[in-house]
Write a protein that binds this ligand. Structure first.
Ligand SMILES: C[S@@+](CC[C@H](N)C(=O)[O-])C[C@H]1O[C@@H](n2cnc3c(N)ncnc32)[C@H](O)[C@@H]1O
Length: 273
């Protein structure tokens, strides 16, 4: 195994992130830069550092931050969110209310800088009758500490906000100058951020009891085996009747057979029967 392959192998086993051959040039440039900062010349030297001289995982975290693409924005994939807002959410809340239940738990897995979980919180505020009578919990997790810090600050620029409907921008954000906006407290207070590596099988086990799981544009980092393991895990973490939303290029049906498929509005959605 050459130097670079041993690094790729280490990253796969530790984070479940597979270096795709078409991205290797781009990745090796980034890694090269990091090695130069540390005064290292070979990949094997760098792997040794990650393996044996990084007990707190500080360098590993820096390294992961180099590898992941954090591109995201508010109201990404609008039609999918419409299916969630206008159909799945209404159906699930009506069912829960008829049983006298008034709690709702959502997981944004791979939340990046926070636009996705805050979008979901805005949708809940806009679409639920008497949200104040519900206990709402949105868990947002990511492997990358840097994006989580930004997510907690909840300050965004025009690029992230391009698809936010104007009246939502008025209602749920405050302008803070320089073209930046801060998400209002009513929204931020129902979202909590946690650091989590979705490949860490022990850590992930405590995440249970969700009504909705969003894991969009994250599975691209996983190979077929780890992708299936994760989606199977999501099945366990969902309540019966709960829904899962993946990115538009990631079909649950191709990954696992547990979920059921139905049409909600004009959209096909996967749920746990
Ligand atoms: C492209 S962003 C997607 C953000 C958002 N879900 C969306 O669709 O707009 C992908 C995120 O997945 C995170 N990620 C990649 N591998 C991960 C892993 N093993 N565990 C947790 N998060 C991971 C990255 O750090 C990055 O923030």
């Amino acid at each position: 195994m050459d130097d670079f392959e041993s690094l790729a192998d280490f990253v796969y086993r530790r984070a479940g992130i597979r270096f795709e051959s078409k991205k290797i040039y781009f990745l090796s440039k980034r890694i090269q830069k990091r090695m130069e900062q540390l005064g290292m010349e070979s990949h094997s030297e760098y792997v040794r550092l990650l393996r044996f001289s990084d007990p707190g995982g500080v360098e590993f975290q820096q390294f992961i931050n180099l590898l992941t693409v954090n591109e995201t924005y508010f109201f990404r994939d609008f039609t999918q969110l419409e299916a969630f807002a206008e159909h799945c959410l209404q159906e699930l809340c009506a069912k829960k209310a008829s049983r006298g239940e008034r709690s709702l738990k959502i997981w944004s897995a791979g939340c990046s800088t926070g636009e996705e979980p805050y979008t979901l919180a805005i949708i809940l505020h806009e679409m639920m009758d008497e949200i104040q009578r519900w206990v709402v919990d949105i868990l947002a997790s990511d492997i990358d500490q840097v994006v989580l810090e930004k997510a907690r600050r909840a300050v965004y620029e025009a690029r992230s906000l391009r698809d936010v409907p104007a009246e939502y921008l008025d209602r749920h954000f405050q302008k803070i100058g320089n073209g930046s906006y801060k998400v209002s407290q009513g929204i931020t207070k129902i979202v909590r951020f946690e650091h989590l590596n979705l490949s860490d099988k022990d850590a992930i086990r405590k995440y249970r009891g969700f009504d909705f799981i969003f894991c969009r544009n994250v599975l691209i980092y996983f190979d077929d085996v780890s992708r299936k393991q994760l989606v199977d895990y999501f099945y366990t973490a969902l309540n019966p009747g709960g829904f899962i939303f993946l990115g538009s290029s990631e079909s649950v049906g191709r990954i696992t057979t547990g979920f059921k498929l139905k049409r909600s509005g004009g959209h096909l959605v996967y749920y746990k029967g």
